[in-house]
Design a protein around this ligand. Structure first.
Ligand code: 13P
Ligand code: SF4
Length: 365
């Protein structure tokens, strides 16, 4: 009789006292052993001691497109939960998406639950609003992406939000944008929609805290959610920076509030921010409103330029930071022994409709 032994996962605790050098060496050894069966994706906000092991780096948009293209058996995602979910949704049936720490979530994504969104939709219908397109930022749960896909809507990222909004307005009169109030407002404003044609939906209040008339008039309904990192940048930081460093370029991410974005010189996704600094002339100065790990990396990679964080306080994404080298090594050494840990797997029905919304996004751009 053939007996199949199921291997136990190695416990994560055995990795806690290893030196940084040993961890880095063993990660590289495991990568070599797994070869083409493995691809490690790293978001630009990951810490240096993790991102150095990534096969591919990118912002949310680039990584979702790369995840869809790759054929490795294991996609180890050094990023946050919604990114690994998207990788699972876009991957082929034989591929397995892994998040090295399951507690690497996103506080913004947590600000919109599927139950709240369903209630909002019913309330809009109850006051006769039916020509509305749900668009969700990539930073949302698979259930919300599926909600949008099933109702003709799409996903967007900070790289392509303008294109997705333009497309949405060819289909519908109104957008319900989830879950980032600021990206929604900044995108709509950049397309010429005045601020008074946008309204904020607070999921804790009936009709989002709005009157039926105001909701009928609004062109964009903005979900009341925000990124706890980008919300730290304030307009006075821009004023202070310009005073201290006359001529400095202010470059910010569109998750910053409108008051900051409207004072900045340039606004764009993390990939855009990297391109702007990399392509600029030596001697130029940049104050950047985005996650600190990326800003520090840009500072180190461009010693011929002055690069600084826009705010004086630490703007770090604590959930991205949860992916430590120990977690990555733990996931890889288990894979070397044929054990999959921390698989991210989206239920088939949800994955189907979320894929519709993600593929709509990928086909718009
Ligand atoms: P992008 O990767 O789209 O720039 O978004 C930044 C972010 O906050 C990721 O969580
Ligand atoms: Fe979420 Fe903001 Fe962290 Fe991105 S940077 S994962 S939006 S909390």
């Amino acid at each position: 009789m053939l007996v199949t032994l199921r291997r136990e996962a190695r416990p994560i605790e055995i990795y806690s006292n290893l030196s940084a050098e040993e961890i880095a060496e063993r990660i590289e050894r495991a990568r070599q052993q797994l070869g083409k069966r493995l691809v490690i994706l790293g978001h630009h906000y990951q810490r240096d001691d993790v991102i150095r092991h990534a096969d591919l780096r990118g912002d949310s948009f680039k990584l979702s497109a790369l995840a869809a293209e790759r054929s490795a058996d294991y996609i180890v995602f050094c990023g946050v939960h919604f990114m690994a979910e998207s990788a699972d949704i876009l991957s082929k049936p034989h591929q397995i998406a892994i998040l090295p720490d399951l507690a690497a979530g996103c506080s913004m994504a947590d600000m919109a639950s599927i139950d709240q969104v369903e209630v909002a939709w019913e309330e809009l219908e109850s006051i006769g609003i039916s020509s509305v397109m749900p668009i969700t930022y990539m930073n949302s749960t698979a259930a919300i992406k599926a909600f949008c896909g099933e109702r003709g809507g799409a996903v967007c990222t900070s790289s392509n939000a303008r294109g997705v909004f333009k497309w949405a307005f060819t289909q519908c009169e109104k957008i319900l944008f989830l879950p980032d109030e600021h990206l929604g407002r900044n995108t709509a404003y950049s397309l010429g929609i005045p601020l008074d044609e946008m309204i904020v939906w607070n999921p804790r209040l009936e009709l989002g805290g709005n009157s039926p008339d105001k909701l009928r008039q609004a062109k964009v309904i903005l979900w009341k959610g925000f990124c706890s990192v980008h919300a730290r940048f304030r307009p006075q930081h821009v004023d202070m920076m310009r005073k201290q460093h006359p001529g400095i370029n202010i470059l910010v991410h569109p998750e910053c509030c409108w008051e900051v974005v409207s004072k900045a010189d340039y606004v764009g996704s993390t990939e855009y921010i990297i391109k702007m600094v990399s392509q600029s002339a030596a001697g130029t100065a940049w104050a950047i409103g985005t996650e600190v790990n990326l800003v520090n990396r840009l500072k180190n990679e461009h010693p011929d330029k002055f690069v600084t964080l826009l705010a004086p306080d630490l703007c770090m994404c604590s959930t991205m930071f949860r992916i430590a080298p120990q977690n990555l090594l733990w996931a890889l050494e288990n894979l070397c022994e044929g054990v999959v840990v921390n698989q991210i797997s989206v239920a088939p029905e949800t994955a189907h409709w979320a894929r519709v919304a993600l593929n709509r996004m990928l086909s718009i751009n």
